[in-house]
Design a protein around this ligand. Structure first.
Ligand code: PEP
Ligand code: MN
Length: 366
């Protein structure tokens, strides 16, 4: 008897495999139908066709299942096929990890950002104010092993009467200082009409929080191959931020780095609230490198070290920080920038001095 059960079970196992084979074949045919329907703009759901199929099945039924049981079995198969057809309809987002599983590494010249590369540090003043200021800061950060220099030439200021940046003249000053000290130059672009100047003078085009959803600017930058640093908008959801990146990728520029810079909340002790979950989520949902701007998020010097640690612990591929020779007289963000002495302390307390020491050793021999 036991032997008989064993042999019947073997038959069942075989039939299961045959059923699986048939179900898979049926699913492939359904997928093909779905693709044609999509291309013709037709709906996948056709209740008349479903009814006809169920009737044909019950007519052909010789038992032992009754018609009701068969109908519910086949309805489940129909529904599973429909699911597949809907999947085929879903847009494949270029930013999504589902579309592109491996981490993207963005190269700024020979500097890799992302994946398992050592976290980068972008340092420099909020704004480029003069030749002396940009030269002093570039010389100083380069001597500490920094490879990426920031400095705004076009500043998005809340008050239209405050310092707006030196414009193209500022870009030129930034370029000169960076060339002199072997630095890559990160600068914020606010207007698509300035693209040619940015392509000529900058190495990374920063899209600021206020322009994150400036879609015509994103499209225009998307036609270049320059690395882009895309800040998260002041009140942007993670989805909106990622969709802004999608504009750049879909326009052809895949060299996109995301940057969390804090969002608006009800909290008043900080300028913005650094959203570390957004850093972790952006790394999970997308394959792009993610940085954290510790200056504009907290807006407090005493938070620079803990926010750097939190950012890196949540998976960030690097940090952006503002450094100025004399923050007290800075023409923008004078409360948040740090001077050279504080920057040295910052490097030590965050462990960045060790990360950067290799380059310093190569270039300066100490
Ligand atoms: C900046 O980095 O200079 C800047 C203006 O930052 P955000 O766009 O994040 O406010
Ligand atoms: Mn600033």
């Amino acid at each position: 008897m036991e032997q008989k059960i064993q042999s019947l079970r073997e038959q069942i196992d075989q039939l299961n495999l045959e059923l699986l084979d048939l179900l898979s074949k049926r699913a492939h045919v359904a997928e093909e139908i779905g693709e044609i329907q999509t291309s013709l703009g037709l709906s996948h759901y056709d209740p008349v066709r479903e009814q006809e199929m169920l009737e044909a099945i019950t007519m052909a039924n010789l038992g032992p299942f009754d018609s009701g049981t068969l109908k519910s079995l086949f309805k489940a198969i129909f529904q599973a096929s429909m699911q597949l057809e809907h999947e085929a309809d879903k847009v494949k987002y270029l930013t999504s990890r589902k579309t592109h599983q491996e981490d993207t590494v963005v190269y700024v010249g020979d500097i890799p950002i992302g994946s398992n590369h050592s976290p980068v540090l972008i340092a420099g003043p909020c704004a480029i104010e003069s030749q002396e200021q940009v030269e002093a800061t570039a010389a100083f950060v380069a001597s500490r092993g920094v490879s990426l220099f920031r400095g705004g030439a076009f500043k998005p200021r809340t008050d239209p009467y405050s310092f707006q940046g030196l414009g193209v003249a500022g870009l030129k000053l930034g370029r000169e200082a960076c060339d002199k000290h072997d630095l890559k130059f990160v600068a914020e672009i606010m207007d698509a009409r300035d693209i040619d100047a940015f392509v000529e003078y900058a190495d990374v085009l920063q899209v600021g929080a206020r322009n994150m959803q400036n879609f015509s600017l994103l499209r225009a930058i998307g036609t270049t191959t320059k690395p882009v640093l895309l800040k998260r908008g002041l009140s942007a959801t993670i989805e909106e931020w990622v969709m802004a990146a999608e504009y750049l990728l879909s326009a052809g520029n895949h060299n996109v780095i995301l940057c969390e810079r804090g969002i608006r909340t009800y909290e008043k002790y900080t300028r913005n609230t650094l959203d570390v979950s957004a850093v972790a989520l952006a790394k999970l949902e997308t394959h792009l490198p993610v940085l954290v701007d510790v200056t504009h998020s907290g807006g407090r010097r005493d938070l620079l070290v803990p926010l750097t640690k939190a950012g890196l612990a949540s998976g960030a591929d690097g940090i952006m920080i503002e450094v100025h020779p004399n923050p007290a007289v800075a023409l923008s963000d004078n409360k948040q920038q740090i001077d050279f002495e504080a920057f040295d302390l910052y490097l030590e307390e965050t462990g960045y001095h060790k990360k950067l020491s290799q380059k310093r050793h190569e270039v300066y021999g100490f």
